[in-house]
Design a protein around this ligand. Structure first.
Ligand SMILES: N[C@@H](CCC(=O)N[C@@H](CS)C(=O)NCC(=O)O)C(=O)O
Length: 240
């Protein structure tokens, strides 16, 4: 498995970069991803960086340690929503994984992550929205902490519900990948969501198209290198 150099990890407590600089100077600085190895939304951004061959630095925001570093005032100043990912890039700070990926797509267009055909773009966005709005928010840490003892059944229920919608859509749109034969943002959203489904022991045999796509995608270097088992902040016992 391809792994990113562990020396790139830094604690979020190591501080921020300066903001007053020219746009061209800002562009020379490597983007910084504030993320967490197991966060599916952080993984989306890592896949996008990897597919586009963009080098970046990672700063780990441990969602568990000390009650959750995302809840500190220091991180709240980076992302008021107190969630990962956040990215500093070109002199600005962005949050929300899809907004981050779209910014990367618009500023570094090759290879493209949205198809040229508007109908296929529409299909990509449907798949992204089902996952990013209809599934992941219902099974993120903050929500599950509120649910308490029933959290596994809760997460399974909403992942199943979302995948029951995705399966027939993907049956229609998929070629080699989620939409046709080009990797897109839909694939970037799908793989981390399947990883979450497996963590929550969802029966994936019900979703043969999703399973087939995931198996194809997970063999691609950009998906492997960005996998949660392969990050600078992955605990030693979970490292690939
Ligand atoms: N819509 C946001 C969702 C971000 C999100 O839910 N992040 C999770 C990790 S995947 C998080 O930081 N959870 C912390 C918490 O729930 O306290 C995005 O796409 O970036």
């Amino acid at each position: 498995m391809l792994c990113i150099n562990p020396s790139q990890t830094k604690s979020i407590l190591h501080g921020n970069r300066k903001s007053n600089m020219s746009a061209s100077a800002a562009r020379l600085i490597k983007p910084v991803l504030y993320g967490y190895y197991r966060s599916s939304c952080s993984w989306r951004v890592r896949i996008a960086f990897a597919l586009k061959g963009i080098e970046y630095e990672q700063k780990s925001v441990n969602l568990i340690k000390d009650g959750g570093q995302q809840l500190t005032d220091q991180f709240k100043a980076i992302n008021p929503m107190q969630q990962v990912p956040a990215v500093t890039i070109d002199g600005i700070t962005l949050s929300q994984s899809l907004a981050i990926i779209q910014y990367i797509e618009e500023t570094r267009p090759e290879p493209r992550l949205l198809p040229a055909d508007p109908k296929q773009r529409g299909q990509v966005r449907i798949i992204c929205d089902i996952i990013a709005s209809g599934i992941q928010p219902l099974q993120n840490l903050y929500v599950l902490q509120k649910i308490g003892a029933e959290k596994v059944q809760w997460a399974q229920h909403f992942i199943n519900r979302g995948f029951e919608a995705l399966e027939p859509i993907l049956k229609q749109t998929a070629g080699k990948y989620c939409v046709g034969d080009e990797i897109s943002m839909a694939d970037i959203c799908l793989v981390p969501q399947v990883y979450n489904a497996e963590r929550f022991k969802v029966d994936m045999s019900q979703f043969p198209t999703i399973r087939r796509l995931n198996q194809t995608l997970i063999e691609i270097d950009a998906f492997k290198a960005s996998h949660p088992s392969c990050q600078p902040d992955t605990p030693d016992d979970l490292k690939a």
